[in-house]
Design a protein around this ligand. Sequence first.
Ligand SMILES: Nc1ncnc2c1ncn2[C@@H]1O[C@H](COP(=O)(O)OP(=O)(O)OP(=O)(O)O)[C@@H](O)[C@H]1O
Ligand SMILES: [Mg+2]
Length: 354
Amino acid sequence: MIIKSLAIRNFRNHTSKSLSFNPGINVITGPNTSGKTNIVEAVYYLSLARSFRGVDDEDLVAHRAEYAEIDSQIIEGELKRNIRILITKKGRSVLINGKKVSKVSDLAKCVNVLLFEPKDVLLFRGSPKERRNFLDINLSKQFPVYLEYISRYEKALKQRNELLKSGNYDENLLKATTELLVKYAGPIINYRAMYVKDINDILIKITRALTGVKEKIEIQYRPFVVMSADYQTVALEAFNRSLDNDLKHKATSIGIHREDISVSLNGREIGTYGSQGENRLVALALKLSPYFMIKDEDKKPIVVLDDVMSELDETHQKRLIDFLRKFSQVFITGTELEIDGATHIQLNKAKEVF
Ligand SMILES: Nc1ncnc2c1ncn2[C@@H]1O[C@H](COP(=O)(O)OP(=O)(O)OP(=O)(O)O)[C@@H](O)[C@H]1O
Ligand SMILES: [Mg+2]
């Protein structure tokens, strides 16, 4: 899919801006604070109705404005969709071809954006939550039922933690919520295991293309309980064993909400042993890998790479650009960047040129 046009009003520092994009590579350049990241933030917002910068909607509304607006044309094969989002300080509304939609999953079906942002360099060094988010977001986009399991699991987890916190809980109720956790964790483990397995080969190919070196790379997922025919019994036993610990800490200490994935490069864990450059390239490869999981050409995601180039040496920049030429549509931001055959959009700090 591609985003043909984007009009934003009162979105962050952009009072009013209309841009048109092309298939292939689109380069957005401009000095620091000219609003490059803000533009790709609007592009990303079209896919999940939330910012990737972990802020509240109201922060997206330009200072002193009442609401922000994103209006765009998305093309998926023969299909053309208009997506319009209004963000007010009280909430947001999403219109697809003029019809209001309330579920984010309906929006995610129409716009799929893969993002690499500067802080992703720390993907393997930071907290497991970021890595779980990667799995959860991509699995939810591909299998909406996965999101359903995650929501149910989280609801049960909240209940269980409340019981643990109360200090004076009903044993049957605790047992019932634990059983629910086990029930929903089962399919989640299966989905995660399948996804990680499928992604491994893709990861090897992308890393090879980006580095030019044949390295041994392996992604690993360790579920809190290994899936087997007697999963239910084993999982319940695991929860029982950790009950004392859970009561002491007033929180559920095991489960799919505590799981993690790791990547090893030539047998060593990248987060612990990898150089900054290796971390950057492998994180980038992982973030791009869902692109190759989607087989339907019309549904290939839009890729956004915010500020990825500046830290790469010339050879790696060239390799990355050559690799990105095969993609349906890519947005790359940078202060100075020129790519042959790409669409260039220059932002101006002092005076808006568009
Ligand atoms: N709600 C808002 N209203 C008005 N301005 C905002 C708002 N939120 C952020 N800004 C401003 O937007 C400006 C541009 O931010 P942005 O992160 O897009 O810049 P950038 O071009 O990506 O810069 P860099 O090259 O440093 O990454 C910043 O100066 C910031 O203060
Ligand atoms: Mg930026």
